[in-house]
Design a protein around this ligand. Structure first.
Ligand code: FUB
Length: 339
């Protein structure tokens, strides 16, 4: 339910019909990346604030400055805010816009992977480390070499390889890159040309760098052709996530201006992935962003909406709802409000 229609929303009714409630209400949170570490649920969200920056198509009104980690003992227990985990002032290379983060655990250390704009106004991706899943995190002095754009999501495969998926168009700047090279002259493809794909790179053993040149992922339609830029209901926009279900790789993402969370299935972490459908219909607010996490043999979609702020698009709240699979491996579409 994008922002255009806010005036027509009866929030009292909408909140009664919402399939889930905000996990925390004392602050605004968004872009939840959920993981189970040592039997407990940890959610790594953006921390939304009103930075007083006017709305624009580059999302500069998303002026977030820090991260807090939310934890839950189990899926029904209270969500706890563990306080400040990392502030932009503690990241030597970053200036502003601490957007959607993710985290990973390896060999006794926790890694917070996050995007921010550098002092030249270009998004890059950084790493900060901690011995605790809730931080505080200590930022590396430089961003990951060769990183760009936004929305990093780290996936651990069964062979203990870690992959970082990233990229977002419009405010996320992905349209300014081709083959990992930046130019302000690059722009989105024409509507009858293949859409830009998300990017993936294997992480180095120490989790602080990419171990390879980032690679563009292909998302294909039912005929094996790449999704086109004009196919706004299906093409990649931002917010990548990877999970594995019954041996298949499920790549899920936001379609941005059509406000859907979609998914595509493949046989390798690098793709190609074939488009399969919608996981979550539009929520209140312009953005939609998710993660998928298995908890005690059930699968959950962590997502956000702007219902608590009555539709303010940059003041969002994280939520969680169970998702279910059909026998053929497809995922049943969730309606966030049962109106
Ligand atoms: O939270 C800022 C941006 O909004 C994220 O990076 C996008 O995925 C969208 O949710």
């Amino acid at each position: 339910m994008p922002e255009e229609s806010i005036e027509n929303i009866d929030f009292e009714t909408l909140n009664k019909t919402a399939i889930s409630k905000p996990l925390v209400t004392h602050m605004y949170t968004a872009d939840p990346s959920a993981h189970v570490f040592n039997g407990k649920i940890y959610i790594y969200p953006s921390h939304d604030i009103d930075a007083g920056i006017p709305f624009n198509d580059n999302g500069e009104h998303f002026g977030m400055e820090d991260y807090h980690v939310i934890s839950m003992d189990d899926i029904n227990s209270e969500a706890v805010d563990n306080g400040l985990a990392l502030h932009v002032n503690e990241v030597p290379w970053a200036e502003k816009q601490m957007w959607a983060p993710d985290a990973a655990y390896k060999d006794g250390k926790y890694y917070l992977i996050f995007p921010a704009k550098n002092k030249e106004g270009i998004f890059q991706i950084g790493v900060a480390t901690s011995t605790s899943p809730t931080g505080p995190f200590l930022a590396e002095p430089e961003p990951i070499k060769g990183s760009y754009s936004i929305d990093p999501a780290v996936f651990k495969d069964n062979d203990d390889s870690y992959y970082c998926y990233f990229g977002g168009i419009w405010g996320g700047q992905l349209q300014n890159y081709r083959n990992n090279n930046y130019s302000s002259n690059y722009d989105l493809p024409k509507s009858n040309e293949p859409a830009l794909g998300p990017i993936v790179a294997k992480m180095s053993e120490d989790m602080l760098q990419f171990a390879e040149e980032p690679i563009e992922i292909k998302i294909l339609d039912e005929n094996g052709d790449p999704l086109l830029e004009g196919d706004n209901n299906r093409r990649y926009f931002e917010g990548p996530w990877m999970h594995k279900y019954k041996g298949k790789y499920y790549f899920s993402y936001s379609t941005g201006d059509t406000h859907l969370i979609c998914y595509a299935i493949g046989d390798s972490p690098y793709g190609p992935f074939t488009y399969k459908g919608v996981i979550l219909n539009p929520v209140v607010g312009w953005t939609t962003h998710h993660s998928i996490c298995e908890i005690n043999n059930k699968w959950y979609l962590f997502y956000h909406d702007s219902s608590l702020s009555k539709g303010v698009t940059h003041l969002r709240s994280i939520k969680v709802a169970e998702i279910t699979y059909n026998d053929d491996g497809t995922i049943n579409t969730l309606d966030p409000y049962l109106i």
